[in-house]
Design a protein around this ligand. Sequence first.
Ligand code: AMP
Length: 405
Amino acid sequence: MAKLSIQDLTVEGKRILMRVDFNVPLKDSDDGSQRIITDDTRIRAALHSIEYLIKNGGQVILMSHLGRPNGERQAKFSLQPVAERLGELLGAPVAFADDCIGDAATTAVAQLKNGQVLLLENVRYHNEETANNPDFAAKLAAHGDIFVNDAFGTAHRAHTSTAGVTAFIDTCAMGFLVERELKYLQDELREPKRPFVVIMGGAKVSDKIEVITALLDKADSFIIGGGMAYTFRKAQGYTIGKSICENNKLELALNILKQAEEKNTQFLLPADNLQADAFGENANVKYTDVYSGGTGGIDDEWEGLDIGPAAIEEFSEVIATAGTIIWNGPMGVFEIDKFSKGTQAIAAAMAQSDAVTIIGGGDSVTAVNKYGLADRMTFISTGGGASLELLEGKTLPGIASLSDK
Ligand code: AMP
C-alpha cells in the first residue's frame, strides 16, 4: 500500500521530527580549528522537505547520523558544522542542540516557534541508535507530533531514528526525497519504457548479484562492465591475467549467463578491454583482442582496468535506442584518468539518450558528477546500499514502518 507523504500532512503548529541523511564528508580546516564540509549534496537533497515544512508553519526538528562514532561523543563527528551550512542554504538560522535526547534537546524543542528549524546532535553518539532500542526510540519520539523520514540513504537500516521511532508516533510520512527515490527506483521500473537496459559495473559480482537476478525477468538488456566482468570471462574460459575476480562465483556467473539465455534477455559483457601492467597513471596499457571463440582475454601478469573501444561502441548503440536505463557501478577504475574512458563514454551516451536515465547510486553518481553530466540525467539516487536493496525488490525498514495512506 502507498505510504503517507509529507504532502498529506497538516503541519501548522505541529512539531515535525524529521530523519534526514546529513552524513556529509568533512575535513579539518588548515589551522585545525574547524571541521569543513567538503560536499553538501546531502544537505541540499533535504532542502525541499525542510522548506516545505517551514513554509507551512511546522516546527522542524531534524535528526541524523554522521560517520561511525560507535556510541561515543567525538567532536569530529559533530553535526554542528551542518547546522551552520544548513542555515546558510535556508537563509535563516538553524538552532542546534548538543545532544539528541535529554535536557539540551527538550529545551531546544520547547523553544521552537512555527517555521523554525532545530538540528539535534548526532544520533550515533548513543549506541542505542543502531541497536533500534525502544527506550531510546520513545525519547526521540517525544520531540515530535509527526515523524517524517527523508533519509533515503539509511532507509535500509532498521535503526532507532529510521524505524524504531515510528512505534511511538501515530503519523509517520515520507519526505519528498524518499518519495522521488521510490518513484524512480521502484514505481518507474514496474512498467519501464522499453527497451529497458540495466548497466552494472563496479568491483564485484557478489555486490550486485541480487539486483541482476531480480531484474533478469524485467530487463531487455544487461550491460556488464567493471571488475565484475572478469569473473564472467574467467567462467567462460578466457584468460584474465591478474584482473580482479571472485573465484567462488564462477559457477554463479555461468548460471546467470544461462538464465539470461533462457529468458531471452540480452546479456552483454565487454567485447574488449583495456589492460595494464600496473595499477596507476604510469602503467603501460594496451587493448585486448575482441573476445570471441576462446581468443581475446588479458595477458599473463596484466590486469583489465577498463572496457575497450569495441565494448564502448556496442554499449553506446544499446544505450542510444533504450527507453529506460538504470546504471550502477563504473566500467573501470575511473578514479585514475588512464582507466576512465569507458565510464566517461557510458555517462556521455546516457546523457545523449532520450531514455529515462536513472543513476542508481554509489560510484556512478561520482562519475556523472565528475564529467559534469548530472543535470542531463532524469534521476540520480542519493542512496548506495538502500538503492541496491530497493532494486533487489527488498522492503526497506525505514519505509515499511511509515503510516499507510
Ligand atoms: P562498486 O562500489 O562495487 O560500484 O565498485 C566501484 C569500484 O570498482 C571503483 O572504485 C572502481 O575503481 C572499481 N573497479 C571498477 N572496475 C575495476 C576493475 N576492472 N578492476 C578493479 N577495480 C575496478
